[in-house]
Design a protein around this ligand. Structure first.
Ligand SMILES: Nc1nc2c(ncn2[C@@H]2O[C@H](COP(=O)(O)OP(=O)(O)OP(=O)(O)O)[C@@H](O)[C@H]2O)c(=O)[nH]1
Length: 682
């Protein structure tokens, strides 16, 4: 895999462009350091005897913990520094200026408010501002990124190690081919026979589920005209034996002209831009500031946020309130779900995805990050936080997030260095400490396989720079439709049977016929909505909500896939995966029961075989059939799923070929689907 691109921007660069404080005379930071007037009250020590309080997040830890169990900062701050005076100075600065303690206090104080689903505005108002840009409301698109309540589970943060799973498995792909051949020969007769039979069953079901009326309508409308057979065309086989129709090969697929129009220079391409980073690093504040500078948050609205935030004793979160608009998020001062806003640049229609940084909400962060084309990694430059994020004591959320985002295939990363005011805008600190992003054996981000060929300090002229910094994302527009279902929804405009998600390949048009997998139902696309507005078509890369007709709502499930009727997605019950084991303490043994996550699908699975261990440097098989896997090992494994799942081989469609293995609430391995061993009957 090619090295991904990484660029660094500093807070200063941003301020130079935006104006250091805008209309806020007390701003001292990118985000701008609107200070919390009530801070002194909140900062009174409250540590219980026998406990120690983290100087960074204020979490109370048991004395037996050497580092904060929540944010990972060492109890003894001096270990981060060359001398104790530097540590003390850092701690003083933090106490004086940081909003962290306020956040942490609100975060860890017992809350009477029960965590609940976020309620968003209905999106009915037209929020177009003077610039003509549309400020999004929390609409159906937001739901795309909002996992259901059951996803709000506490998990231990991801722990990754070099190289990135994608790279490791890609380099290993070659070496395992020989091994695969052997396995293929053994399995070929059975697998081929089964595959053919499955496709026959699918075809027959399509015949019966086809509604002649809607089919005629589709033909009239053009629908997926060339590809959707009419009911006559789908007449039952004449022979008594079921007619075994070979599944259409992807190479036979010819995209229709309307699908390719997104290549037009005229059109703005959608760019899903995820904002990730350490908890409290200033992601929401940065987003709020960006939207404000772009004129998407009016002066009046900004004053309202400031006033309300101050009244709640959270003055420093005024900009963050533009993103975190639920009561829970505002009260606790943390982002819990992925907040979605939009803005337009010269070339892109940017979907800004402000991800949660808190470890409890990593599943939500994943839900947003899996959709990202590019990301901004916000790094908190302040003393203690930066070191904690980079994992001085082995745990580092900055590193975790960058590795995670890389494993989702994000190749463009902008590193935004925030809170520079906390270190007196010290360029020395920037280069001495943040410089460790660079080479000379001290690389940190390169551990996550982000290359530094384009590691440059840039003046970020906000949206104007984005198209220069981020190469247009690749879209699989010329492949058959694949729309993984993120959520099943209902709304007044879409109707009672609707789904939302990101089109990963091909295109979809109102009036066309689509296949709902894994049920195999044929449905008609009634309506399509993008950014809360109705549209006639959508292409790969678009986040949409789709109203469907002629399908049993019970057959629509999160993790299912809407696809082209003639080119169904694979539905598998057994997979070959190439995995990278994370920092686990208990070895992975054959027979392990775990939870497998592929796009939005989640299924119980078991480890049937460990086919081979891979040498991490060469990617070649170093040992066949090992009995167990330990931390940081790479391997090719055979897994059996309890329930069939819609999937593609990674080589065919990356977004549907990435897998995460979780056991007991922890992610134990990440990997890719290298082969579908057993297709399920549909
Ligand atoms: N001094 C200073 N404080 C900042 C800066 N940027 C953000 N903050 C403060 O940091 C605190 C946390 O900011 P948020 O924007 O909520 O951080 P976040 O990363 O979105 O937090 P989570 O989403 O909960 O992970 C707030 O009090 C901000 O005012 C900065 O550049 N300088």
């Amino acid at each position: 895999m090619d090295q991904a691109e990484c660029r660094v921007i500093t807070q200063e660069a941003l301020e130079d462009t935006c104006g250091r404080s805008g209309n806020h005379s007390d701003s001292s930071a990118t985000g701008l350091g609107i200070r919390d007037d009530n801070r002194s009250d909140l900062e009174k020590p409250f540590t219980d005897p026998g406990m120690w309080q983290c100087s960074i997040c204020t979490h109370e830890n048991d004395t037996s913990n050497l580092s904060c169990e929540l944010c990972g900062v060492l109890r003894d701050l001096s270990l981060y520094f060359n001398n104790i005076s530097e540590a003390e100075a850092g701690a003083k600065r933090r106490n004086k200026y940081s909003g962290v303690s306020v956040l942490a206090r609100s975060l860890f104080a017992p809350s009477s408010t029960k965590s609940k689903a976020i309620i968003f505005s209905d999106g009915s108002q037209d929020n177009r501002n003077a610039t003509g840009n549309k400020q999004a409301t929390m609409d159906a698109l937001h739901k795309t990124y909002m996992p259901s309540k059951k996803c709000h589970i506490n998990i231990v943060p991801f722990k990754f190690d070099t190289p990135s799973p994608d790279d490791m498995v890609t380099t290993g792909l070659k070496s395992s081919r020989n091994f695969r051949k052997e396995v293929q020969i053994k399995d070929s007769v059975d697998a081929t026979g089964k595959k053919m039979m499955d496709s026959c069953i699918l075809q027959t079901e399509k015949d019966t589920s086809m509604d002649p009326c809607t089919s005629a309508e589709v033909d009239k409308l053009g629908g997926t005209s060339s590809s959707v057979p009419s009911s006559n065309q789908q007449s039952k086989p004449k022979s008594s034996k079921p007619k075994i129709k070979k599944p259409a090969s992807i190479s036979e697929y010819k995209p229709e002209p309307w699908m390719l129009q997104s290549e037009d220079q005229e059109m703005r391409r959608q760019l899903n831009l995820a904002i990730v980073g350490h908890v409290d690093s200033g992601k929401s504040t940065l987003c709020g500031r960006l939207l404000h500078a772009l004129g998407l948050i009016s002066q009046k609205q900004m004053h309202k946020y400031e006033k309300e935030a101050k009244e709640k004793g959270k003055g420093s979160f005024a900009y963050a309130w533009a993103m975190d608009d639920s009561t829970d998020e505002r009260e606790r001062g943390i982002t819990m779900t992925v907040a979605v806003k939009y803005f337009d640049t010269e070339k892109y229609h940017v979907v800004l995805l402000d991800s949660p940084g808190h470890k409890d909400f990593v599943p939500n962060m994943i839900s947003g990050a899996t959709q990202a084309d590019a990301a901004i990694l916000v790094v908190d430059a302040s003393i203690g936080s930066f070191e904690a994020g980079m994992g001085v004591n082995g745990i580092g959320q900055t590193k975790e997030h960058s590795q995670l985002i890389r494993s989702f295939g994000v190749e463009n990363l902008i590193v935004a260095v925030n809170k520079m005011d906390m270190v007196e805008h010290s360029k020395d600190r920037l280069f001495n400490h943040l410089g460790s992003f660079e080479c000379n054996g001290k690389r940190k981000l390169s551990d996550c396989c982000f290359g530094f060929s384009s590691f440059v300090m840039v003046q970020w002229k906000l949206s104007a720079e984005i198209h220069r910094l981020i190469a247009p994302p690749h879209r699989d527009v010329s492949r058959p439709l694949r729309l993984p279902i993120c959520d099943v929804i209902a709304s007044i405009t879409l109707g009672q049977v609707a789904v939302c998600g990101k089109v990963e390949a091909g295109g979809i048009r109102a009036g066309s016929k689509v296949l709902v997998m894994p049920s195999g139902d044929l449905a008609t696309v009634k309506t399509i909505e993008r950014d809360s507005s109705s549209c006639n078509l959508a292409r790969a890369g678009d986040n949409i909500a789709v109203g469907l007709q002629g399908v049993d709502p019970g057959h629509l499930v999160s993790g299912g896939v809407i696809c082209h009727p003639d080119f169904p997605v694979h539905v598998a019950s057994r997979l070959e995966l190439k995995i990278l084991v994370l920092e686990i303490t208990t070895p992975i043994l054959v027979g392990l029961q775990f939870e497998l996550h592929i796009h939005h699908a989640r299924v119980s699975a078991s480890l049937v075989k460990i086919l081979s261990l891979l040498d991490q440097k060469t990617g070649k098989a170093s040992k066949k059939m090992p009995r167990l896997l330990t931390a940081r090992q790479a391997a090719v494994v055979d897994v059996k799923l309890d329930k069939e799942v819609c999937v593609e081989e990674f080589s065919a469609l990356k977004a549907l070929g990435r897998a995460f293995l979780r056991s007991r609430g922890n992610t134990v391995a990440v990997g890719i689907v290298t082969r579908i061993l057993d297709e399920a009957k549909v």
